[in-house]
Design a protein around this ligand. Structure first.
Ligand SMILES: Nc1ncnc2c1ncn2[C@@H]1O[C@H](COP(=O)(O)OP(=O)(O)O)[C@@H](O)[C@H]1O
Ligand SMILES: [Mg+2]
Length: 427
């Protein structure tokens, strides 16, 4: 710069000084003009005459105007998959993006400068006004299209308060028509499922209950035949009568079990505080003889108090412990019961040292009448685990087994700690 030159050396002549002085004046004038321009730019930004983004940095201000970064921002708003609009404080739409206009099935120019209120369904007007009043928030509301068709959207509103200018809002809407349709279908399907389940339960109850009477009759007359004519007819007759009596008694067991299965729903009691240790003690006392006969050792960790149907919890423990004893290996049965608290639920476990279960059947065994062992070696109908599953699920938990053939099995079931709340819906 010439000013530096002036300081750095002796002026050669008066003429040279004059020239230098003129040059300095020109330079000052040009700096004044640039300063004036900068001041004008700042005023325009401050008063909103110009869209700009000002970033304050230690090295100085960085200004992005419409000509630079703002273009990218506008392109983003225009191409985003949500509808967005800005509103003046009286609800006049100042701007809307392409998607907003498409959702309302109108051209943007027909929307801008009209009132947002014409697009809000009357039943949602109070909600919408409340959203504006709180200047922030989101809700599901119905919008009205040009043809008067109602369209569900998820709307979020935020205040665009710029210092010195009147209040305005930014509105973002997401079309949730598909979501609502799916929700409705799901609700219908769930209702249908609940109805069909209730019918099935009713059917199982009525049929098993009503079948009991004629079956009792068949069974008692067959036993009478057996008592009167055993050994008096030929060998074949004895064999036939034996098969008939055996078949009738197995059928009676199946029907009783089916009835018990359907009673999980029909005879459920209100969940109440239940001490699991007393439940287990009750089970051990019910099974006292069976435990002694099989030389079974049963141990347990401290068990919690939970909210549950006391009788049904007894059924779960009883079924699992009987299985643990029944399906024993060469060794005397050893069973251990424990409970662990994990993320909002209790995980109970009943571990045995029995025959174990091939993992490929670990889900099948919870189905009604599914058995992996034959009735000659291990008596039973195959209903116990399905009853456990039904009870656990009614309490809001789930049940599974971890096992390997020959290595014993551990049955786990969860019950929510706040099981009262979860189960009320099901009881
Ligand atoms: N602790 C266990 N050890 C090995 N197998 C088991 C055990 N518990 C259940 N099972 C298998 O699962 C089947 C179904 O059990 P369950 O529904 O209680 O019926 P059931 O006891 O009448 O046979 C049993 O027949 C058996 O094959
Ligand atoms: Mg069983």
């Amino acid at each position: 710069m010439s000013s530096e030159g002036a300081k750095g050396r002796e002026p050669a002549s008066y003429q040279a000084l004059l020239d230098e002085n003129r040059a300095l004046k020109d330079e000052i004038q040009s700096l004044r003009v640039r300063l004036g321009n900068a001041e004008e730019l700042k005023r325009a930004i401050r008063e909103g005459d110009l869209d700009a983004l000002v970033i304050h940095r230690p090295e100085g201000e960085l200004i992005f105007t419409l000509d630079s970064a703002d273009r990218a921002y506008r392109a983003l708003v225009e191409t985003m998959n949500e509808g967005t609009a800005t509103l003046a404080c009286d609800g006049t739409i100042l701007y809307c993006n392409r998607h907003f206009a498409e959702l309302l099935r109108m051209p943007p120019q027909a929307i801008v400068s009209t009132s947002i209120y014409r697009f809000i369904a009357p039943e949602n007007m109070i909600t919408f006004k409340a959203l504006l009043k709180h200047e922030m928030g989101n809700r599901e509301v119905n919008l009205l299209t040009e043809e008067g068709e109602s369209m569900p959207v998820y709307m979020s509103i935020s205040s665009l308060q710029v210092e010195g200018s009147p209040n305005a809002w930014c509105l973002v809407i997401t079309d949730i028509t598909e979501c609502k349709r799916a929700e409705k279908t799901l609700k219908l399907k769930l209702e249908e499922l609940a109805r069909s389940n209730a019918e099935l339960e009713q059917f199982a109850y009525v049929s098993s209950h009503d079948l009991q009477e004629p079956l009792r009759m068949i069974s008692s007359y067959l036993q009478l035949l057996q008592r009167r004519y055993q050994g008096k007819l030929d060998d074949k007759a004895d064999k036939y009568i034996y098969f008939a009596v055996d078949g009738a008694s197995r059928m009676q067991n199946l029907i009783n079990d089916l009835l018990e299965f359907s009673r999980v729903a029909t005879r459920a009691r209100e969940p109440e505080p239940t001490d699991c240790e007393s439940v287990l003690n009750q089970v051990l006392s019910n099974l006292d003889l069976y435990i002694k006969e099989n030389k079974a050792a049963i141990s347990h960790d401290p068990l919690p108090e939970i909210i549950a149907d006391n009788t049904q919890l007894t059924q779960i423990f009883q079924n699992l412990i009987v299985n643990g004893i029944k399906f024993h290996s060469e060794e005397a049965p050893k069973i251990h019961v424990s409970a662990d608290k994990k993320e909002g639920e209790w995980v109970f476990s009943v571990k045995d040292n029995g025959t174990g279960i091939d993992p490929q059947y670990s889900e099948k065994i919870f189905e009604v009448f599914k058995r992996l062992h034959n009735k000659e070696d291990y008596p039973g109908t195959g209903i116990g685990l399905s009853i456990c599953k039904k009870i656990v699920e009614r309490h809001g938990g789930h049940i599974w087994v971890e096992s390997e053939l020959g290595k014993g099995s551990t049955f786990y079931f969860t019950l929510p700690i706040n099981s009262g709340e979860a189960s009320k819906a099901n009881f």
